[in-house]
Design a binder for this molecule. Structure first.
Ligand code: HBI
Ligand code: FE
Length: 298
């Protein structure tokens, strides 16, 4: 990557996620011709590795959408080509950005069915881990499900909810951010074939793709909006808890109501640790689709 196209990091900002880089909020044209052979090789390596791993682990909708969009290991996709397919399917548009955006800018994009995609890809020495979103995470992880009409509507509704929560205050925003984290980033879905991954943070990580489904260590708990909004999360390790939806329709329906009274009610409730199981949680076990209410006399 030459200096003319290096990401322009403008400032650092203290947030609930620690001290994070914030980039310019401008939309940038994808500098496709300036990707190096190394950049394409990084995409290929990651794409091939994750696709192989995700057969039978990621949701069918996710894998099918990647194929429909014409994503492949061959080379870094062109945003404008993906946009033709995506626009026709659900009216979403990918826009190039430098990286993580301030929350309100991010919400505004989503509310208007624009998904910001980081234009640069990680360096070869960052293949297994990068602390911030790069093109592989954004494009491979987030974009495919925008092809699904229900999920596409959920993302836009989330953006509108974000603009509202931002106006209400930091507590509301913290509660809403947890919903994004435990669904869009780290969500699991229960299917007739068993648990599958749909969260972008999981599908773009080799280690967490295996851990989230197959390790006995984390909790897998049935989706519950208020439970999620109360639950802290970790950004520096694999998750201690994953929440399991039954369908994208469930996600859409559960998040359709106005959250304002929910935020108000949650102010009186303690936040929950990332790794606890509470009475009333539906617990799923590793690798299976079987769930049952925990805390009863089973
Ligand atoms: N900006 N580009 C980008 N991508 C994200 O996923 C993103 C962001 N800014 C804020 C943000 N995510 C989170 O704070 C979510 O809570 C929305
Ligand atoms: Fe993400």
């Amino acid at each position: 990557m030459d200096t003319a196209t290096a990401p322009r990091r403008v400032e650092h900002q203290q947030t609930d996620k620690g001290y994070v880089p914030v980039y310019t909020t401008a939309i940038v044209e994808q500098p496709w011709d300036s990707y190096t052979a190394d950049d394409h090789a990084t995409w290929s390596t990651l794409y091939q590795r994750q696709r192989e791993l995700l057969e039978g682990r990621a949701s069918r909708e996710f894998l099918q959408a990647q194929d429909e969009m014409g994503m492949s290991a061959h080379m870094i996709p062109r945003f404008d080509q993906l946009n033709e397919v995506l626009g026709a399917a659900t009216g979403w548009t990918l826009v190039g950005v430098e990286g993580l955006l301030p929350e309100l800018d991010f919400f505004d994009h989503l509310a208007n069915r624009r998904f910001p995609v980081t234009w640069w890809i990680r360096r070869p020495d960052q293949i297994d881990y990068i602390a911030e979103p790069d093109m592989f995470h954004d494009l491979f992880g987030h974009v495919p499900l925008l092809m699904n009409p229900v999920f596409a509507d959920y993302m836009a509704a989330y953006g509108r909810g974000g603009v509202k929560a931002h106006a209400i205050g930091p507590e509301a925003l913290q509660h809403l951010t947890r919903l994004y984290w435990y669904t869009v980033e780290f969500g699991l879905i229960n299917t007739p074939e068993g648990l599958r991954i749909y969260g972008a943070g999981i599908v773009s990580s080799k280690g967490e793709s295996l851990y989230s489904l197959e390790s006995d260590a984390p909790n897998r708990i049935g989706f519950d909006l208020e439970r999620i909004m109360r639950t802290r999360y970790r950004i520096d390790t694999f998750q201690k808890t994953y929440f399991v939806i039954d369908s994208f329709e469930q996600l859409m329906q559960a998040t359709a109501p106005d959250f304002t009274p929910i935020y108000a009610a949650l102010e009186a409730q303690p936040h929950l640790p990332a790794g606890d199981v509470q009475d009333g949680d539906t617990v799923f076990h590793a690798g299976t689709g079987e769930g049952w209410a925990d805390g009863g006399d089973v």
